[in-house]
Ligand binder design. Structure first.
Ligand SMILES: Cc1cc2nc3c(=O)[nH]c(=O)nc-3n(C[C@H](O)[C@H](O)[C@H](O)COP(=O)(O)O)c2cc1C
Length: 149
């Protein structure tokens, strides 16, 4: 059993629904999983074992949603190397923007710089391509779960 904390960055709620879908599936597979829309780095880091599943949209012109921005900024400022941390990324966006899914990409790059280990590939969910982001995420998490112990 693994603990997966879903860290949501969302403006309109799509990423929250996607994270909730994933968390429900993970719980059904016997893992512990909760969705957080408000969180801070210091608190999250205390749990050494938890896998972070970052699930964020992109807003503005390639910006992070307000609720996940402080987490990103703390990671940048404090720059804590986390070689033991495992994580996944679901990046929601809209490919009609040049900055397609940049928030997810930025968080993935930063976590890589911090030496955290990504499980699986980043899932990109393009609002231009699907009206069912939860369904896309469910298909992905069914494979992603195989990385958990
Ligand atoms: C005002 C606005 C700005 C957006 N900016 C971007 C962007 O820069 N890049 C991108 O990939 N998607 C962008 N999007 C698309 C959103 O990321 C996409 O609709 C996503 O599903 C929203 O998820 P959320 O409800 O969790 O915020 C934008 C959407 C809106 C309404």
């Amino acid at each position: 059993m693994t603990k997966v904390v879903c860290l949501v960055g969302s403006v309109y709620g799509n990423s929250t629904s996607v994270a909730e879908e994933c968390a429900e599936f993970l719980r059904g597979q016997g893992h512990e999983s909760e969705v957080f829309s408000s969180f801070d780095l210091a608190e999250l880091r205390q749990d050494l074992e938890a896998v972070w599943l970052v699930c964020t949209s992109t807003t503005g012109q390639g910006e992070l949603p307000d609720n996940i921005y402080p987490f990103y900024q703390s990671l940048k400022d404090e720059f804590p190397l986390m070689p033991d941390r495992k994580y996944g990324v679901i990046a929601l966006g809209d490919s009609s923007y040049d900055s397609f899914a940049d928030a997810g990409r930025m968080l993935d790059e930063l976590l890589q710089e911090l030496q955290a280990k990504r499980l699986g590939d980043v899932l990109f969910i393009d609002a231009c391509e699907t009206a069912d982001p939860e369904g896309v995420a469910l298909d992905w998490v069914k494979e992603w779960v195989k990385h958990l112990s």
